[in-house]
Design a protein around this ligand. Structure first.
Ligand SMILES: *[C@@H]1O[C@H](CO)[C@@H](O)[C@H](O)[C@H]1NC(C)=O
Ligand SMILES: *[C@@H]1O[C@H](CO)[C@@H](O)[C@H](O)[C@H]1NC(C)=O
Ligand SMILES: *[C@@H]1O[C@H](CO)[C@@H](O)[C@H](O)[C@H]1NC(C)=O
Ligand SMILES: *[C@@H]1O[C@H](CO)[C@@H](O)[C@H](O)[C@H]1NC(C)=O
Ligand SMILES: *[C@@H]1O[C@H](CO)[C@@H](O)[C@H](O)[C@H]1NC(C)=O
Length: 424
């Protein structure tokens, strides 16, 4: 099937890969591993220890708030910035992640490390339980932002041997994990699968990865797995971290349309419902859709309200603005975080938003990106648009996505469904 409306091949490739993650997770959830029980006990004790630290630190944080007239705990992080790029699937987060991955020599970037955590928790309970997952995500992120891979290690399957693993998810998506000295020579042929994009590297030595992380000035992690921004509050309040949270959102109608094209068979239920007037709507699917929209909205509402713990640390970015004005938005993000925008990032964006490419039958040219961004309007049945508008209405309103009143308005090219908005 032809995917026409995505702005560039990069988006398509990146998003398909993200979706693959989810498929892998559901497959893996059928299996149980013997290693699980001790591991969960270990992580449970780490989690409770971490929680304990947070609560005993409460009074320390009161004192710290006196320091907060400078809004950022620059003193303690030595000008080092810690950035979390938070998104949901099919919002272009891999593409936006590259804005940081391509920065150059002072950025340590990790792509979806929480994949391992989600997978293991899913195996354990047959589904992720937010009250278990959220603290695990938070603690793994905190450690990784401090260049400590030990908690993540306990979630990697198979378990790393001597802190060396060939199984780190999407290692090749992190430049820092593929450059010297983290890229160690291949010793045996058996490891040939685990190479980086432009060069072959031996399995990943996490000690070397941590050392590289320590040497880099700034640290960025991208994740599509955090549901509620509020669960990450302890990171914002951790004096060792100078956090910025970037939340990436996209029109939920476009997300659904995009998923329906890319993962056709998974969306049969929606499609059948859209054409068959008598079929009852699948309540389970509607609940999921609503849950996603509500989580995204709740996080954004907290961020936009700018409570003291988030002041100057939260930025909301829409996919549609990235797609239309990638350079401007990238520069804005760097500016907001407070680190210089580099020529390398600029080059990467130029190269990856203007080049036309042909990949496996999917053709994409550099068309007018404003048009590209709204292509979904021609591929989704109006009935589904109505449903999304009903279920995700408040989310859409918050982000400036206009409702299509009727089918004609949906497909009227002269009407944009994106309100121009600035969020800060
Ligand atoms: C809790 O704090 C103590 C002392 O500050 C530290 O040694 C320990 O590693 C912390 N535990 C966790 C899980 O962060
Ligand atoms: C807070 O701001 C005041 C003046 O704006 C300054 O004198 C003081 O040193 C600041 N405190 C800290 C801890 O930075
Ligand atoms: C999630 O886990 C918590 C704590 O283990 C448990 O109390 C709760 O019932 C679980 N929720 C679901 C939906 O399984
Ligand atoms: C991983 O790197 C560290 C640091 O250079 C080194 O000490 C260690 O021996 C390496 N581990 C393996 C298994 O090669
Ligand atoms: C792209 O299309 C939009 C809407 O059709 C139009 O307003 C805009 O001027 C076009 N931009 C370019 C560079 O062609």
């Amino acid at each position: 099937m032809r995917i026409k409306y995505t702005i560039s091949i990069i988006f398509i490739v990146a998003l398909v890969i993200i979706e693959k993650e989810n498929n892998i997770i559901s497959k893996v959830s059928d299996k149980l591993t013997p290693r699980l029980t001790p591991l969960l006990m270990l992580s449970a004790s780490l989690l409770s220890a971490a929680q304990h630290n947070v609560s005993t630190d409460a009074s320390a944080h009161q004192h710290l708030s006196a320091l907060e007239n400078s809004t950022r705990s620059v003193q303690q992080s030595g000008g080092r910035k810690h950035i979390l790029l938070l998104a949901t699937t099919r919002t272009g987060s891999s593409f936006v992640g590259e804005f940081f991955n391509q920065q150059g020599s002072s950025m340590f970037y990790l792509f979806e490390p929480l994949w391992h955590v989600e997978r293991m928790l899913t195996v354990e309970s047959g589904g992720t339980n937010a009250s278990v997952a959220a603290p695990a995500y938070r603690d793994v992120l905190r450690q990784l932002l401090l260049c400590d891979f030990s908690l993540l290690e306990s979630f990697i399957e198979p378990p790393p041997q001597d802190h060396v693993t060939a199984a780190l998810f999407r290692r090749e998506s992190s430049r820092s994990l593929c450059e010297d000295p983290v890229c160690t020579p291949l010793v045996r042929k058996v490891f040939e699968r685990y190479h980086c994009r432009e060069r072959r590297c031996g399995p990943l030595n996490l000690t070397l990865a941590a050392q590289s992380c320590m040497q880099k000035q700034h640290r960025v992690i991208k994740s599509v797995r955090v549901r509620q921004l509020e669960t990450l509050r302890p990171l914002a309040e951790d004096p060792r971290l100078d956090m910025t949270f970037i939340q990436l959102v996209r029109d939920p109608r476009a997300v659904l349309a995009s998923r329906m094209v890319a993962f056709s068979s998974k969306y049969d239920i929606w499609k059948r419902w859209a054409v068959d007037g008598d079929l009852p709507v699948d309540e389970d699917e509607v609940r999921k859709l609503k849950g996603n929209c509500d989580n995204i909205r709740t996080s954004a509402e907290i961020g936009l309200k700018q409570p003291p713990w988030l002041r100057g640390r939260y930025m909301l970015v829409r996919y549609e603005d990235i797609a239309r004005f990638p350079m401007r938005k990238a520069a804005e993000m760097y500016d907001f975080i407070g680190i210089p925008f580099t020529a390398k990032v600029e080059e990467w964006i130029l190269k990856n938003t203007q080049v036309s490419k042909e990949v496996s039958g999917v053709y994409s040219t550099q068309k007018n990106s404003s048009e590209q961004v709204e292509k979904w309007r021609f591929s989704i049945p109006f009935k589904l648009v109505q449903l999304v508008q009903k279920v995700c209405g408040p989310t859409m309103t918050l982000f400036g996505y206009k409702f299509a009143e009727n089918k004609d308005m949906l497909t009227d090219k002269s009407v944009s469904l994106i309100e121009e908005r600035t969020f800060l």
